[in-house]
Design a protein around this ligand. Structure first.
Ligand SMILES: Nc1ncnc2c1ncn2[C@@H]1O[C@H](COP(=O)(O)OP(=O)(O)OP(=O)(O)O)[C@@H](O)[C@H]1O
Ligand SMILES: [Mg+2]
Length: 238
């Protein structure tokens, strides 16, 4: 479904990713783990068109999407939940969700049932239904993360890119978010998950990639990587 070939991207003179090869098949949860500064966020930003690639290619459902404008990429069915949530603090929960539907550039996609999509998000995160008229900025950290995921689902994505959804959340909220990721996947959405929480994300994922200094160092099944001695030492604190 998604394929990156020798992807490179930079910030000015600094090469942040230097030849990423990665594939996500339809229906999978794939995680990308690695240390701080390894290039995880940069990889997601290049996929969603926020950052231009210097070289290499990105294919989605067989077509080349490298360096298309971000709104075109959303239209093709890729939705990105950025690191640090970035919901609209002065808009209500409902309005934040509506904004997710409007990222389909020229207004809404024909036939998009906005109310139906909002109802689905509320079924996934019942707490958001209770808080629907509350300002986004007054939600707890965990609720804001749910809202960010819900907003991304409002474009009806085929592929969801999640950047550190568990960051800064209490353990109980972390398990809630991970359970919901599985639920979203069960409903047919393919997922590329970036996480510091290597153990939980490998358990959840069908396959995983390890990124080191801007390149893929290792890949395997979630189960296989969980039991890999190098991974245990470097990322699982064992
Ligand atoms: N806006 C920026 N300008 C300059 N350099 C940047 C910028 N954003 C990231 N970098 C650099 O690019 C490299 C990759 O950063 P990236 O944010 O992709 O890492 P990451 O794997 O997501 O790390 P983390 O786990 O800390 O979120 C790092 O060396 C970082 O310092
Ligand atoms: Mg990051």
């Amino acid at each position: 479904m998604l394929k990156l070939t020798s992807l490179q991207a930079s910030y000015g003179p600094i090469r942040a990713i230097d030849g990423i090869d990665l594939e996500v098949n339809k229906g999978e949860i794939v995680c990308l783990i690695g240390s701080n500064g390894a290039g995880k966020t940069t990889t997601l930003m290049a996929i969603s068109g926020i950052l231009k690639a210097d070289a290499g290619d990105i294919f989605f459902e067989g077509g080349r999407i490298t360096n298309l404008p971000a709104h075109e990429i959303v239209k093709k069915g890729i939705s990105h939940v950025p690191e640090g949530r970035r919901i609209f603090p002065k808009l209500t929960v409902r309005e934040n969700l509506q904004m997710g539907a409007y990222t389909l550039s020229s207004g809404k996609r024909a036939g998009t049932d906005e109310e139906g999509l909002i109802a689905k998000v509320f079924d996934l995160f019942p707490i958001l239904r209770d808080r629907r008229d509350q300002m986004g900025g007054t939600l707890s950290g965990g609720e804001q993360q749910m809202l960010a995921v819900g907003r991304a689902l409002m474009s009806g994505p085929k592929l969801l890119l999640l950047d550190e959804p568990s960051l800064g959340l209490a353990p109980i909220m972390v398990s809630k978010i991970f359970r919901t990721i599985r639920e979203i996947n069960n409903e047919g959405v393919t997922i590329l998950l970036v996480e510091q929480n290597a153990k939980a994300s490998l358990k959840l994922s069908h396959r995983g990639y390890v990124i080191e200094s801007g390149a893929i160092a290792l890949q395997g099944s979630g189960e296989g990587l969980l039991h890999n001695e190098d991974i245990k030492k470097a990322y699982l604190g064992e």
